[in-house]
Design a protein around this ligand. Sequence first.
Ligand SMILES: [Zn+2]
Length: 371
Amino acid sequence: MKSSFTVGHLFGIPVKIHISLLIILPFFAWAFGSNIIYLTENTDIARRQLILNPYLLGFIMAVMLFISILIHELAHSLVARTKDVETTDITLMLFGGLANIEEISKDPKDEMKIAASGPLTSLLLGLIFIFSGSYAPDFILEDLRLIVLYTGQLNIFLGIFNLLPAFPSDGGRILRAFIAQRTSFRRATEIASKFGKGFALMFGILGFMSGNFLLIFIAFFIYIGASQEHQFSNIKSALSDLKVKDLMTEEVKTVPANMSVHRLIEKMFNDKHSGFPVLRDDQVVGIVTMEDAQKIPQDEYHNTPVQTIMNKELHCVSENDELYEAFKLLFQKDIGRLLVMDGEELRGIITRSDVMTGLRVRQLENIEKKE
Ligand SMILES: [Zn+2]
């Protein structure tokens, strides 16, 4: 099942909504709605001046929160674009948003700007909203004024929260970029993730002591994120200087698009491969794996061609790409193999186990060096 779907494009960047958002949005609407009294406390608005149903107000505020997060992520993406770093998509989900920025900028100064752009935009937006809410003309509906003021407060919160140096947050990235100017990127990531884990621990303890489950949740996510970033940067440096062509399989076994699934399964057993690129007129049109075959009942294997079950979405790298790029793509897309293409021509295939072989070889080399 697809966990996120595209709702539109902004500046050419696909904006996606993760299904977790559909669960959390009504929850936020309810939480804001039933706490309207507390929300008005931070403003000069009296509860009785409000006309709209509190849950409708809550719903509008929840939507404003996610629009604010979207603008925050968009800021990251647009600044990244000025540094020639593309964003594949922006996904809105349970814990805010995520701009899928393709590569950490090689230049720490650029990364600092990309990381800082989001929180700074949120802070600026927050100030604008609070200012316009506070100085709104009298004839404006108090409900509207509450929404504007509260959206302002949410943006200030977003800005400050993201600036905490709890790696992999924006603040953590700024910290890493700052340290990376003085030492290696790998060492900087190590230090920044230690900071992140420290913050996670602090949030966790605070959460437990105050019984605030949201804080415990956040702590958990920061901890996982920090560990993962650290691991990825270790892998990146372990795989450095290795190219896709060093570990790819060059003699690729393929299957024709009109081959029956029955024959495909036979071929899988004979060749001991669980996935094949699918060719039509010498062109790669898809990739088919054992899992795809399980999509249809077995009695249809004989009269179903491979092309009806194959995956048409092709994930490709080129021979001269860094092996780390292949590793990242395999994990980000959660797939088993990548096609190595040179334009339209299939040059090879690279699998998860090929990348793992590269990692193991490097580990052995390191042990050898130490001895
Ligand atoms: Zn951010």
